[in-house]
Write a protein that binds this ligand. Structure first.
Ligand SMILES: [Zn+2]
Length: 281
């Protein structure tokens, strides 16, 4: 039987990474990666807000608000599916929920973001597909950087604060900052659809795409990654600026970097075409 992870273990581990009240972090997380945590997700959230200054987390409610593309609306290199006909689309709109600040956060983001929302009363943005939440002194400023047409704005604002990416037991496949660097180079910019209000749907641009090959960035980032083990979890802190510049260097050298190239139906293929189109402009 392994020892449970305690609140003290969590706080000590985060401090060993050099985090303190001046730190601003975006957190991607897996509660189960720790093993048994005394106090569960709430203990993890409490440790983050105790140690760090500003804590940013994803807060998307895509599973509730998301829609297929309307019939016939096909954007180039968009790798998405359309409703077959208008009655089917209208039915999807009626089944979906329009965004509210109290909607639960998608479970595929892990249980920690939803617990953070419930227990730390963070501020939350209103993007129906790509909401973010944050607590701490810079929360308002970071979240104000999101626009409906620029969902990853909070990650850009975090860069300006010399922020860090904090991976709690997850890999770089969860590291959305890599998508931000791609988007700066015209790649991984997809159009997606959400219910905006009753009977009303909206198209949102610049939604990021596939990340299943992102862990190939890990060796490049290893020299500037700080890492500790907390329970069973591998906890890593990487300066945001380093993630952005390493991704930029790779994609500028090879438009297909960090993408799979063996599956023409994957969103990676569409992202590559977007990059090639940006290069030819
Ligand atoms: Zn792929």
């Amino acid at each position: 039987m392994r020892e449970p992870v305690t609140a003290r273990d969590l706080v000590d581990g985060l401090r060993q990474l050099g985090l303190d009240r001046s730190s601003s972090v975006v957190v991607h997380s897996s509660l189960s990666s720790f093993g048994y945590v005394d106090g569960g997700a709430e203990a993890v959230c409490a440790a983050l807000t105790e140690v760090c200054g500003t804590v940013l987390m994803p807060a998307g409610s895509w599973m509730l608000t998301g829609l297929p593309a309307p019939p016939g609306l096909v954007r180039p290199d968009n790798a998405f599916w359309n409703a077959e006909n208008w009655p089917e689309f209208e039915e999807k709109v009626s089944q979906a929920t329009s965004f509210r600040a109290d909607l639960p956060i998608d479970s595929w983001l892990g249980t920690i973001p939803e617990t953070f929302r419930q227990t730390c009363a963070p501020l939350r943005t209103e993007h129906p597909l790509f909401s973010y939440q944050a607590a701490g002194p810079a929360a308002e400023r970071i979240l104000a950087a999101q626009r409906p047409d620029w969902p990853l704005g909070p990650l850009e604002a975090l860069e300006a604060l010399d922020g860090d990416v904090l991976l709690l037991g997850v890999t770089h496949t969860s590291n959305t900052t890599i998508h931000l660097a791609e988007q700066h180079l015209g790649r991984s910019r997809f159009y997606r659809y959400a219910k905006a209000a009753n009977g009303l749907w909206t198209e949102f641009p610049n939604i990021p795409g596939e990340s299943h090959h992102f862990d190939s960035l890990e060796p490049v980032l290893r020299p500037i990654t700080k890492e500790v083990r907390i329970g069973q979890a591998r906890v890593r802190r990487i300066p945001k600026q380093a993630v952005l510049s390493a991704t930029r260097d790779l994609v500028e050298a090879d438009p297909a970097a960090l993408l799979c190239t063996d599956d023409p139906t994957c969103r990676c293929a569409a992202a590559l075409q977007q990059r090639l189109a940006a290069l030819s402009n």
